[in-house]
Design a protein around this ligand. Structure first.
Ligand SMILES: Nc1ncnc2c1ncn2[C@@H]1O[C@H](COP(=O)(O)OP(=O)(O)O)[C@@H](O)[C@H]1O
Ligand SMILES: O=P(O)(O)O[C@H]1O[C@H](CO)[C@@H](O[C@H]2O[C@H](CO)[C@@H](O)[C@H](O)[C@H]2O)[C@H](O)[C@H]1O
Length: 453
């Protein structure tokens, strides 16, 4: 089908990509097709589909490598609910992640193993999960950076949108922790890989789906709402008290950290590297927020104190972007998901060994977010004057419970510096994605620097 590498197709993709949340904003100058890995076609196959590997050349020189499975069918014969990207010579090109036949085929092959051209399907040894073509997939239906579908309420297939050379960290961590029998991650069932520029690249992961899971953010939102229901009651005695769950979450994160330290190498401390990276990030963000820049000297002091405190710690693999949306409470315990680290950070930094306190800081920042966002969303004038104190007491109580569940969070100056660094990261993230939320990390930076935590 000659249209698959046509210049008209790359122009249509140039217009389509910026509309996709996973693209991450901006308008590419050019879209290049690096590979079109055919999945099927022919009389016994419901659609002609290929996994496209694209490079989006952005203004300023950034090059984003992306994955976009595309389907091709005669106009009028595209599956219901799929989005047509363009029509070329009577052939409609559509986003194949919304074609259940294509996604079911990918899931089925990942469970079964084998290869189709340059696509390699690698089932996890010992997994007994079978998927057949008779049971279609459904979209996960939540906002995300990649694209996931659920198969038969048993399996979840995540297709990575941004591609990086080498094993994807999420796939790698899940593979090693599944093999180590770690109960804090969803077991890996298989991966889809290919080779690009002579290097292996992970395209997708298939995992067991926790159908009964509720994410930590939803639980926190419900709990913080309850904390306001009876102002006469102690926060810990309120109906939706979360502290016992936060204690268990702390213990689960500690177990995951122990498993990561065993499954991967550990390293020496890197106090100057840690401090240097925090200051670099601060300076990049201060360019956007002059009010932040005015506190550089105080920031530096906090970070240097932390570097001093880090000399006796060892570094290891960590989650890297742990927050309440990255933990799922199932009927049997807490699961940590999405080990890709902070989106937007270079891959080498995301897999670099770090101090476990990075994840603790991420979670306590998230509790602050849950409290502050609840306050911000209260209808104007409806809140009683004590609401702010009460939700902040809620965050403080849950922070204590989480850290107590973790056990030994390490020296206080380290946690303080990592919280500050996380708040600086969040400020940059919010300015790019949700400017009306920037108040939350901005307030946190001031509070930490003022010593009010
Ligand atoms: N194993 C799982 N069981 C149940 N739900 C899951 C599982 N893994 C992910 N999810 C759901 O899918 C959503 C997106 O997953 P995530 O790995 O964070 O994707 P992304 O990398 O695109 O952000 C999560 O917020 C969660 O709701
Ligand atoms: O889940 P992602 O890997 O996409 O993480 C990014 O987006 C998160 C928002 O969805 C962002 O998290 C921030 O907002 C959360 C509430 O929506 C809050 O719980 C987190 O504490 C806060 O950092 C995350 O920083 C970003 O990397």
């Amino acid at each position: 089908m000659s249209v698959t590498a046509d210049h008209r197709l790359t122009e249509a993709l140039r217009a389509w990509l910026p509309q996709q949340r996973w693209f991450g904003g901006g308008q590419p100058d050019e879209v290049i097709v690096d590979a079109a890995l055919a999945l099927g076609g022919g009389p016994d196959w419901p659609s002609c589909a290929s996994v496209y590997v694209l490079t989006a050349a952005m203004p300023g020189g950034e090059r984003r490598r992306l994955q976009a499975p595309l389907g091709f069918r005669p106009v009028g014969r595209t599956p219901a609910g799929t989005e047509t990207i363009t029509v070329l010579d009577g052939i409609a090109c559509y986003d194949a992640t919304t074609d259940p036949a294509v996604m079911t085929e990918l899931v089925r092959r990942t469970g079964a193993g084998g290869a189709v051209g340059d696509l390699r399907f690698v089932p996890e040894p010992g997994n007994s999960v079978a998927a057949d073509a008779g049971c279609p997939v459904r979209p996960i239906g939540v906002e995300q950076s990649n694209t996931s579908v659920v198969y038969d309420d048993r399996l979840i297939f995540k297709l990575f949108r941004r591609l990086h050379p080498g094993l994807n960290p999420d796939a790698e961590v899940h593979r090693r922790l599944t093999r180590a029998g770690c109960r804090q991650v969803a077991p890996l069932v298989g991966t889809v890989d290919t080779v690009l520029d002579g290097e292996p690249v992970t395209l997708a992961v298939l995992q067991e789906f926790a159908a009964d899971a509720v994410d930590g953010w939803a639980m926190a939102q419900a709990s913080v709402r309850e904390s306001l229901a009876d102002p006469a009651e102690e926060v810990e005695m309120a109906g939706g008290d979360l502290s016992a769950e936060m204690f268990r979450l702390g213990a689960a994160v500690a177990s995951a950290h122990r498993a990561l330290a065993t499954a991967f190498e550990i390293g020496p401390p890197d106090p100057t590297g840690i401090a240097g990276r925090m200051i670099e990030r601060f300076d990049r963000t201060a360019v956007l927020v002059p009010e932040l820049g005015r506190r550089r000297a105080e920031f530096r002091e906090v970070v240097e104190e932390a570097a001093y405190a880090a000399v006796d710690s060892s570094t290891q693999r960590v989650h890297g972007d742990l927050h309440l949306g990255q933990v799922l409470r199932t009927s049997t315990g807490w699961l940590l998901i999405d080990f890709e680290g902070e989106p937007g950070r270079p891959i080498v930094e995301r897999i670099a060994l770090d101090l476990p306190v990075r994840d603790l800081a991420g979670m306590v920042r998230s509790l602050d977010y849950a409290a502050e966002r609840h306050l911000a969303d209260l209808p104007c004038g409806s809140a009683d004057p004590g609401a702010a104190d009460r939700v902040r007491a809620w965050a403080a109580a849950n922070r204590r419970a989480f850290l107590a569940g973790y056990g030994d969070p390490g020296p206080e100056p380290l946690l303080r510096a990592y919280e500050l660094d996380k708040a600086v990261y969040e400020l940059g993230y919010e300015l790019r994605h949700r400017p009306s939320w920037a108040e939350v990390p901005l307030r946190a930076v001031a509070q930490i620097l003022d010593g009010d935590t």
